[in-house]
Structure formats: structure tokens, C-alpha cells
Design a protein around this ligand. Structure first.
Ligand code: PGA
Length: 260
């Protein structure tokens, strides 16, 4: 697995087929002639556009922004993991704070979806993070612990280590404000401790943890590898293919230099 993931969450943008085609042609243009041995791009378009995003440039993989909790049946409006797989989706963002806030998603529901995604061979990108009030009350680790104990409850270690955890402080999403490197690192250290307890230290070491919230190329290093993160979840800036490719190139060059 490449050490670093740049995951673009396009949210409810790209409102037409034309906008999708324009986005994809920019992405192809920006990535032509570039290979990233140490980083991968993952793009999560709105579900209705997944079909248009089948032919991503090399080094890019397809993700969904959400998924249902059952495989088939009378679930109006839901999307089955089997449908996602059939559409070439390899990753799914689960429990994004916007889904928690606007669609009332709970850790219990996210636990069901996480299990199902893993069972169906789709990598879940599970979002967790505190609100600004919780941060002010110094409850960050308590909030994270509560979510993760529920989401990983009863999950085998084989499944657990396939999950990508996205630490996204809610106050950093779409605000232009980011935590310090030290703050993010503290969360990483805490997660290592929690997963050592829930599973074992070597699994805790291998767990992929990424950061999300106002990520930009200019601040990439300080919110990711400097804080021992294995990647980033990018919202606003992912609407610009040039910026996504810039981040991939920067990560790739950092990690390839490390290996020399
Ligand atoms: P942002 O969004 O980069 O626009 O802050 C991140 C996210 O919602 O995952």
C-alpha cells in the first residue's frame, strides 16, 4: 500500500455532466506524464456521477461519499455496497461530519456501514472528530474514543486494520482554520494507544490515519506527514484538480526522498 493518500471529497458539487467532464479533463491534463510511486489519489464524486468517473487517470481510485447499511431490499434512496462495487468503487467515506450533522448519522449506524463495507471489499474511510465546543471543554480524546469504541466494537483485527481513520476536527472543516502539527500528532499518539488496547501494538502501528479539515497544498506537510498522518481528506481544494495533483506530487517527492 502506498504510504500516502490524497482523498478528494467533491461533496455536492459538479452539478452537471459538463462540469464533470471539465473536471476530469483538467485532472487528466494535470496528471499527464506524472507517476506517483509513493502516493495515491482517491476521488469521491457525488453518487450520481460515479459512472462518469470510471476512467480516472493512473494512480487515482474511485470513492463514494456514503453508503447504505444493507445490501439490497426496501431501502428507498439508499445505495448498496454491491452497486458501488459494480461501479468500480474501492473506497467509501463513512460518518462524515456533514452526514452526522444534517442526516443524523450516529456512531451505531456508522459501525453497521463500516462492517458491511469491509465484508463487501470496500475500504471504509471512517470520519471522527470533535466540535469546537468539545475542543474548548478539552473533550477531544473522549469524543474520539467514544466513536471508535462503538465503530470497532466486535470488529476482527483482520477487518480493523483495513479501515482508514480520518481525523477531521469539525471546527476545521471549510473554515480555513487548522489545528497545529502538535495537536494532530497528539491525536495520532492517542489513537495508537487506543488501538494497542483494543487490538495490539503492531496493528495500532499499521492503522492508516489521515487528517481532514481545510487542507491546502501550502499547509500539506504540517497537517500530514509532520504529524505522522498517512494522508489527507480534502474538501474545498479538491474541486481544483491542479491542487490535488500538486499535493500528490509533493507527497510523492517527500516519501521518495525518505527512501533514498
Ligand atoms: P474542507 O473539507 O477541506 O473543505 O475543509 C474537508 C472535508 O469535509 O472532508
Amino acid at each position: 500500500m502506498p504510504p500516502f493518500s490524497v482523498i478528494g471529497n467533491l461533496k455536492m458539487h459538479l452539478l452537471s455532466r459538463e462540469e464533470c467532464d471539465e473536471y476530469l479533463s483538467q485532472l487528466r491534463r494535470e496528471s499527464t506524464g506524472k507517476t506517483f510511486a509513493h502516493a495515491r489519489g482517491v476521488i469521491a464524486p457525488p453518487a450520481i456521477h460515479l459512472g462518469r468517473f470510471q476512467n480516472l487517470p493512473p494512480g487515482f481510485f474511485l470513492a463514494a461519499q456514503n453508503m447504505g447499511w444493507e445490501t439490497k431490499g426496501a431501502f428507498t434512496g439508499e445505495i448498496s455496497p454491491l452497486m458501488l462495487r459494480d461501479a468500480g468503487v474501492g473506497f467509501v467515506i463513512l460518518g462524515h461530519s456533514e452526514r452526522r450533522a444534517y442526516a443524523g448519522e450516529t456512531d451505531e449506524l456508522i459501525a453497521l456501514k463500516t462492517r458491511l463495507a469491509l465484508k463487501e471489499g470496500i475500504v471504509p474511510i471512517v470520519c471522527i472528530g470533535e466540535t469546537s465546543e468539545e475542543r474548548d471543554r478539552e473533550e477531544t480524546t473522549a469524543v474520539i474514543e467514544r466513536s471508535l469504541r462503538t465503530i470497532f466494537n466486535g470488529l476482527s483485527s483482520l477487518f480493523a486494520e483495513r479501515v482508514i481513520i480520518a481525523y477531521e476536527p469539525r471546527w476545521a472543516i471549510g473554515t480555513g482554520v487548522t489545528p497545529t502539527t502538535a495537536d494532530i500528532l497528539q491525536v495520532k499518539v492517542y489513537l495508537r494507544k487506543l488501538f494497542s488496547e483494543l487490538y495490539d501494538p503492531s496493528l495500532a502501528e499499521r492503522m492508516a490515519v489521515i487528517y481532514g479539515g481545510s487542507v491546502k497544498a501550502a499547509t500539506l506537510a504540517s497537517v500530514s506527514w509532520e504529524a505522522e498522518m498517512n494522508g489527507v481528506l480534502v474538501g474545498g481544494e479538491s474541486l481544483y484538480p491542479r491542487e490535488l495533483v500538486k499535493m500528490l506530487a509533493e507527497a510523492d517527492s517527500y516519501f521518495s526522498n525518505l527512501q533514498d
